[in-house]
Design a protein around this ligand. Structure first.
Ligand code: FMN
Length: 451
C-alpha cells in the first residue's frame, strides 16, 4: 500500500540526512526552488485538496492564501508539534523516525507563502523527537538547505526549534504563539487571525507536522496524484493512530476515507483477546464516543462530523465489551480538568463540575438529576468557553451519556456497574456538587449574581 509520511520510517538510519537523501529527500525542495514559482507550489497544494491534519481539517491551500495577501515583515511559518491529544502519536513517529521530511515540508511552506522565519514548536515531553529534529536541522544547515541563498537561489530562511513545557492548551494556535513569545500559554481572541497578526504581531502560517510532511510528495509527484490516493471521496492519505483494546495498536497510513471497520479489523488486528467491540472514538480523547454499530463509518472530516463527532487528529481509540463508558468518561474528564488553563471559567469550572458529576456516578452516589446536570453544564461549556479546549472538553462525557444512557441509568438508579469496573462503593467524593454549585457557575457566567 502506498505511503507518504511513513514511507521511510523503516529504512536504516531513517532519521539521518544521508538516508533521507538516498530516498528522494530534498528533491522536492530542489524542484520547487529551481523549477517552480511559489505560486506554482501553492497550485499543487490546491490540487491536492488537503484538509489540515491538526484537528479541524481546514483546507491547507486556503490557509496559505491568507498569508500571501497579508502585509508585514517578516512572515513566519509556525509548525505545531505540540501533539497532546490523548490517543494521538502520528507527529511523534514522523519527528522521531523521519525528521527531515518535516524540515523539508517547513521549507516548502515557507517558500510558497513568502515566509522567511520558521519555528518548530515541540511538545515538552517529546525528548527523542526533539533530539532528532534538532539534529536534522543542524544537518540541513550544514548542507545549505536552510539559511541564506538555499541551493544557490534567492530563497533564504532561518529555522528555529523551540520546546514547550508540556501543556495541552499550547497546541491551540493562538496559545502557542503566546508561549513562543515568552508569555503564559493562554489563547488569544480572534480576530486578528494569525495570518494577519500572529507571532510577534506579524503574519504567521500555522500548520501541523503531518500537514507539512505531506508537502514534499505533493510537490514532487503532483497534487492531483496525491489527492487521488484517497477513497470514498477522501483526499490523499491520512495517518490514523489506533490505541486501546486492539491486537495491533500503532500508526497506519491509509487512504483518507478508509472505514473504521477496515482500520480496526484488517489493519489493527481486530478487538483483542477475541472480545467484541463496545465503543470507539475517531479523533482522540476530545471526540465524541460512538457505539459499535457505527463501525462502517467512513473516516474523513465530513462523514465523521455528520455522525455527530469529529475526525480531529484521527486518533482512533477502541473499547472492548469489558469496558465501562463511565470509567472511560472519568479518565477523559480528569484529563481535561487538569489541562484546562483556567483563563476562562466556563472551562475551568465546567471541567471540574463534569469530573465531579461522573465521579459520583462511578461511586454509586449520583442524584437522579445528574444526567440533566451533565447535559446542562456541557451545553453551556460548549457555547461559552473561550477556546476549543472548553468547547470540546464536554464531549467525552456528554456523548457517553447520550449514546449509552442505559449504562448511566444502571449506575445511577440500580446502583450497579454492568461491566463491573466502577468502584460503586457508596462513598461520597470529598468535593460537593449539586444544582446550586452548577447554578452559581452558570449565573456568574452570564455576569449575574445568584439571588
Ligand atoms: C486545545 C487545542 C489543542 C490543539 N492541539 C494541537 C496540536 O497539538 N497540534 C496541532 O497541530 N494542532 C492542534 N490544535 C489545532 C490548532 O489550533 C490548529 O488548528 C492546527 O495546528 C492547524 O494546523 P493544520 O491547518 O495543519 O491542521 C489544537 C486546538 C485546540 C483547540
Amino acid at each position: 500500500m502506498e505511503q507518504v509520511c511513513l514511507r521511510r520510517i523503516h529504512n536504516e538510519n531513517s532519521q539521518d540526512i544521508e538516508s533521507y537523501m538516498a530516498h528522494d529527500g530534498y528533491a522536492a525542495l530542489r524542484k520547487a526552488l529551481t523549477e517552480m514559482t511559489p505560486s506554482a507550489v501553492h497550485d499543487e497544494v490546491r490540487a491536492a485538496n488537503m484538509g489540515g491534519r491538526g484537528g479541524a481539517g481546514f483546507p491547507t491551500a486556503m490557509k496559505w492564501n491568507f498569508l500571501v495577501g497579508a502585509r508585514g515583515e517578516p512572515k513566519y511559518v509556525l509548525c505545531n508539534f505540540d501533539e497532546s491529544e490523548p490517543g494521538t502519536f502520528s507527529n511523534r513517529v514522523i519527528g522521531e523516525e523521519d525528521p527531515h521530511l518535516l524540515v523539508e515540508g517547513c521549507l516548502l511552506a515557507a517558500y510558497a507563502t513568502g515566509c522567511s522565519i520558521i519555528f518548530i514548536y515541540i511538545r515538552g515531553e517529546y525528548f527523542l523527537a526533539y533530539e532528532r529534529v534538532k539534529h536534522a536541522i543542524e544537518q540541513a544547515y550544514e548542507r545549505g538547505l536552510i539559511g541564506k541563498n538555499i541551493l544557490g537561489t534567492d530563497f533564504s530562511v532561518e529555522l528555529y526549534l523551540r520546546r514547550g513545557a508540556g501543556a495541552y492548551i499550547v497546541g491551540e494556535e493562538t496559545a502557542i504563539m503566546n508561549s513562543l513569545e515568552g508569555k503564559r500559554g493562554y489563547p488569544r481572541a480572534r480576530p486578528p487571525f494569525p495570518a494577519n497578526e500572529g507571532l510577534f504581531g506579524k503574519p504567521t502560517l500555522i500548520n501541523n507536522v503531518e500537514t507539512l510532511s505531506n508537502l514534499s510528495d505533493i510537490v514532487l509527484n503532483g497534487g492531483e496524484r496525491w489527492s487521488n490516493l484517497g477513497v470514498n471521496e477522501g483526499s490523499g492519505l491520512n495517518v490514523y493512530c489506533v490505541s486501546g483494546h486492539v491486537e495491533r495498536p500503532g500508526v497506519y497510513e491509509l487512504p483518507m476515507g478508509t472505514t473504521a471497520r477496515e482500520l480496526i479489523y484488517e489493519h489493527a488486528g481486530g478487538v483483542w483477546q477475541g472480545r467484541t467491540l463496545k465503543a470507539w472514538k475517531p479523533g482522540g480523547a476530545s471526540s465524541a464516543i460512538l457505539p459499535a454499530d457505527m463501525i462502517d463509518l467512513v473516516l474523513d472530516f465530513k462523514p465523521v462530523q455528520a455522525a455527530g463527532t469529529i475526525l480531529g487528529t484521527a486518533g482512533v481509540i477502541v473499547m472492548d465489551d469489558h469496558s465501562c463508558v463511565v470509567d472511560a468518561a472519568i479518565r477523559d474528564a480528569t484529563f481535561f480538568e487538569e489541562e484546562s488553563c483556567g483563563f476562562c471559567f466556563p472551562c475551568r469550572d465546567g471541567t471540574r463540575v463534569l469530573r465531579m458529576l461522573v465521579e459520583r456516578v462511578r461511586h454509586g452516589v449520583a442524584a437522579p438529576d445528574t444526567i440533566d446536570l451533565i447535559e446542562h453544564a456541557s451545553t453551556d461549556m460548549m457555547g461559552a468557553s473561550f477556546c476549543g479546549l472548553g468547547q470540546f472538553a464536554p464531549w467525552p462525557v456528554v456523548s457517553t451519556v447520550r449514546n449509552f444512557r442505559q449504562e448511566y441509568d444502571a449506575h445511577i438508579i440500580e446502583k450497579v456497574c454492568p461491566a463491573g469496573v466502577c468502584p460503586m462503593d457508596g462513598t461520597e467524593p470529598n468535593e460537593h456538587v449539586d444544582r446550586r454549585t452548577l447554578q452559581e457557575m452558570l449565573v456568574a457566567q452570564k455576569g449575574g449574581v445568584l439571588a
